[in-house]
Design a protein around this ligand. Sequence first.
Ligand SMILES: Cc1cc2nc3c(=O)[nH]c(=O)nc-3n(C[C@H](O)[C@H](O)[C@H](O)COP(=O)(O)OP(=O)(O)OC[C@H]3O[C@@H](n4cnc5c(N)ncnc54)[C@H](O)[C@@H]3O)c2cc1C
Length: 494
Amino acid sequence: MAGRTGHLSSGGNVTALTPGTGAGGDMGSIAIVGCGAAGTALIVHLAERQWKGIDRILIIDPRLPASGIAFDRDEEYLLCNTSVGVNSLIPREPDHLRKWLMRNPVCTARWGVPSTGITEHSYLPRGLFLAYLAEYFHSALAHAQSRGVYVDHVPASARAIESTISGVDVVTDRGETYPVDEAVVCTGLHPSVQTLRRQKVAHGRLWGAYETPRHVAELDRAKRVLVLGMRQSAIDAAQMVHEFNPDAEVTMASRTGRLPAVRTEMKESPSTVITTATVIDRLGPGLPGAVMRWRHLLKEQLRLHDPLGSLFPTRGTTASEQLRNDLDHARSTRPAWQRIDRNAVTVANAVWPHTPPEQRRELAIWFNRFVLRYVSAIPGSVADRLIASEEQQRLSYVRAGDALTFDHSSVRLASENGPLTFDVAIDATGLSAEPGNIRSSESRPPDPRIHRIGPAAVGQLAIPNYFNASARQAASLADDLTRQTISTCIGTMT
Ligand SMILES: Cc1cc2nc3c(=O)[nH]c(=O)nc-3n(C[C@H](O)[C@H](O)[C@H](O)COP(=O)(O)OP(=O)(O)OC[C@H]3O[C@@H](n4cnc5c(N)ncnc54)[C@H](O)[C@@H]3O)c2cc1C
């Protein structure tokens, strides 16, 4: 533990968190369940607010705090798909990350990134972004220590979160129960049930997107590798395969056969067309559907940037044609989409709680089909690498379902081009946000002492899978937690 997280100790010594001191005292205790990027952002924001009213923080995570699966990668070619300008821990200071990079030229050089060329549109290696999170996490811990706020880490998974009269009990897979006043769940994304099921019947011929470094021996022997999925984690997987076996022929497959869009710049600019007011204004149970409203606003905004631009990809283009079209468009003088999407996501998330529940389902489907492509757009340099691999005939794309059959020597897939056979397969069909591994006794209405941020806040945001959204949630929750504890203290004093 010590190297990265300072004075945190590893479990076993947290028995002080008992009723009276842990839950229900004058000062507040908070359990942070899962402490990757979102949990780190919360800790940093609580420190910024001087931990008002809080005297104990319990981090429950089987991993090292401030690591998390989203950004804990050693490979310097695995880049964040969001740029320096939107990855700030402090959303009201969009330049926060860029300034940190400028102050840390040795660190950036270690990741192969010269700090002189960094702009708000730069895409960092994930591990370098994690170094930024870890440093601020570390400073927040030092600050906690100086203020007498006790922070501890239990290296275990939470299995259950239960409401009690005096607070919340977090039960771990080690069978221990930790009573706290409030709990924040930020467990991020994890392998989906389908991936785990496929893995069980695969005779060792299939693994999850980020397990590739553990399968170097299989990859070494493989000539044909299937990557199931065509989004960010699938693109990462394809790059990792070529890192370990440059001669492997990789086929990426998905039902739509579409790759995410491409971007070369990324900055959030408020728009006059898409604002919370213009969206909320027209949302209501009896009013036109939210989808129509969004479509109309996006088109209007697009016209301001590029009168000839089309809102969605042309039908019938292949993945490889679309990738080249997107890259040309992103590098053109009219890269309309990439100038719109940041603001569109922020507004979409802001209006989500005000969107009538009966309109949400349809809207979520629409966002997933159209907007997500831009939200998870890949940096231009990654698109260049994919195009180069394709030209060297080491990478191809195909449309196919996700039904695979396995035997001891091969993997078969039914595709639009007929049956295909591979030596091994990587399941990169997407990670799930459902915190299915945690049992919750939450009542309806939900217990206001149990909070969720990041992808774990399933249903609370239109587009949660975005660090910028997690940092905004963390800032607002830190406001609530400190305000709330202050008012609790005041209540106790009067
Ligand atoms: C591979 C990948 C790449 C991504 N790249 C980007 C990007 O470039 N830009 C961007 O904006 N977004 C990206 N995202 C989206 C990302 O999910 C969000 O940015 C989000 O903010 C990540 O923060 P998190 O803390 O929710 O998840 P994570 O950082 O993954 O942390 C989750 C933590 O919860 C812990 N945990 C899980 N289950 C339990 C349990 N039961 N008990 C206790 N602890 C538990 C895990 O061990 C982990 O430490 C990426 C996501 C993934 C998966």
